[in-house]
Write a protein that binds this ligand. Structure first.
Ligand SMILES: Cc1cc2nc3c(=O)[nH]c(=O)nc-3n(C[C@H](O)[C@H](O)[C@H](O)COP(=O)(O)OP(=O)(O)OC[C@H]3O[C@@H](n4cnc5c(N)ncnc54)[C@H](O)[C@@H]3O)c2cc1C
Length: 443
């Protein structure tokens, strides 16, 4: 990196979760940053506001207990000084064992922190290319604008991979029939934060039959174009797999007792609050690609939702990601142009917190390069490092986006352990390795 470049700001392209986190890490390390975000002048199919770090679908950042991989990842990010985690903790709302946030307060908090940072300049502009020699973190997300996608395709020299995800509907609380719905968290964990719509065997059968035969917005696409991420399948795709698939998935009744009958229902649909005021509820696990009239017709068959008003319909969206195993170093630098770093969902990590983790590491590493230190690889025994190791070393021929889970962490040495004991040992090892990494990075 030349001296002249060192004095001008580095670029962060995209002010989503990854870009905001990367900008924060850079600025906190003393690096001047220009954060370029195209909203509100140019929108995306999923964002609705001009906030930085807008959550485009669920307001849940998933499990927040340490014995889960999602909880471990969050804890690592907290220890690494994540802005996103700090604001998420400040704006959390009750959601059992999960970290859910008040969507608006969260995005507002991140936006205020970023725009108020003396070393960050926020420029509202669509980027269509990056000048040669300009150090940058590219974090334009799954809905990267078409013009920038075209430029990326040119510099990367190969086509993107792509697939489609689907988002769940949001319902207004005032339209729910509370005489049929009960509030409870599974196994009584935490407060009774979820609303549960219980279904009898007969009601479930009618619902399933209608869902299975419903009309989707993808009906016109040939079979080979209907790609979904296995961890986020539309509810109608799951229904088509078999009558009981949903009853063992999104509609499983385990850990729930209907107070009206004193028994476990045959199936349930869970609703999770979308905001602190609990005026909006998300249909948990009901991401869908059904046409809107079909969503109204079929989801209103669920007891308690007969009059449901849709504040947002479930929908399909594009998910753009690059072939990271071929293109990126484990430091998130582009092979062959090490001044360019990639972060967020565009790298093939999947999820809010995973995107944040990639942003944090890209930010730390560009800051190191800017100040003349070699970028560092996060140890693979941590959740953060395991995720990044996966996306940069997976088989490029079959690369698919990835959530964080314990299966990505290297196996433990020593004898066989029970599930609980194994998770505890993985967490202890991860946090110990993270502490060493942080000490060495500081030194
Ligand atoms: C519809 C949808 C629903 C999702 N639901 C969930 C969910 O419920 N839970 C979950 O964990 N994950 C979900 N994801 C996946 C993923 O975690 C999120 O997309 C997450 O926001 C990714 O973070 P990011 O920072 O990589 O991208 P984003 O948060 O999308 O940020 C990218 C930013 O770049 C900007 N941008 C794009 N192109 C340009 C350009 N050329 N110039 C300047 N700015 C640009 C965009 O406006 C945007 O602000 C969903 C994704 C989508 C698309």
């Amino acid at each position: 990196m030349t001296h002249a470049v060192r004095r001008s700001p580095v670029w962060v392209v995209g002010g989503g979760l990854a870009g905001s986190e990367a900008a924060w890490q850079l600025a906190e390390a003393g690096v001047p940053v220009r954060l370029l975000e195209m909203r509100p002048h140019t929108g995306t199919p999923a964002h609705n506001t001009s906030y930085l770090a807008e959550l485009v679908c669920s307001n849940s950042l998933k499990a927040d207990y340490l014995e889960s991989a999602a909880g471990l990842l969050k804890e690592e990010l907290r220890r690494l000084g994540s802005l996103i985690m700090r604001i998420a903790d400040q704006t959390r709302i009750p959601a059992g064992g999960a970290l859910a946030v008040d969507r608006e307060e969260f995005a507002d908090g991140v936006t205020a922190a970023i725009t108020g940072h003396p070393r960050i300049e926020v420029v509202r502009q669509e980027v269509t290319s990056i000048p040669p020699g300009q150090p940058a973190v590219i974090a334009t997300g799954p809905l990267t604008s078409p013009a920038f996608s075209q430029w990326l395709r040119e510099i990367l020299g190969r086509d993107y991979l792509y697939f489609y995800d689907a988002a769940a509907p949001v319902l207004t609380a005032g339209s729910l029939d509370f005489s049929k719905i009960f509030a409870a968290s599974r196994y009584g964990k935490g407060e009774a934060d979820y609303l549960n719509c219980p279904l009898t065997q007969e009601e479930y059968g009618v619902f399933w039959e209608n869902l299975r035969t419903a009309e989707t917005s993808q009906a016109h696409l040939p079979e080979e174009r209907r790609h979904f991420f296995e961890g986020c399948l539309p509810v109608e795709v799951l229904a088509a797999r078999g009558k009981d698939t949903l009853r063992f998935g999104a509609m499983k009744p385990v850990g729930l007792v209907d107070p009206r009958t004193g028994r476990r229902p045959y199936a349930v649909v869970q609703l999770r609050p979308e905001n602190r005021e609990k005026t909006l509820y998300n249909m948990v696990g009901f991401q869908t690609n059904l046409r809107r009239p079909e969503q109204r017709r079929i989801f209103r068959l669920i007891p308690g939702l007969e009059e449901a008003e849709f504040a947002r319909y479930g929908m399909m969206h594009r998910n753009t990601f690059i072939n990271s195993p071929e293109l990126l170093l484990p430091t998130l630098q582009l092979r062959g142009n090490e001044d360019l770093f990639f972060a967020g969902q565009l790298t093939g990590v999947e999820g809010y917190v995973e995107s944040t983790a990639a942003g944090l590491v890209a930010g730390i590493n560009l800051a190191r390069r800017w100040s003349g230190h070699p970028p560092r690889v996060v140890p693979a025994a941590t959740a953060t490092g395991a995720l990044l190791a996966h996306i940069t070393t997976a088989d490029p021929a079959h690369f698919q986006p990835m959530n964080c889970h314990f299966g990505l962490l290297p196996p433990l040495a020593g004898g066989k352990k029970g599930k609980k004991e194994r998770k505890k040992a993985l967490v202890e090892r991860a946090l110990a390795e993270l502490a060493v990494f942080m000490r060495q990075t500081r030194d």
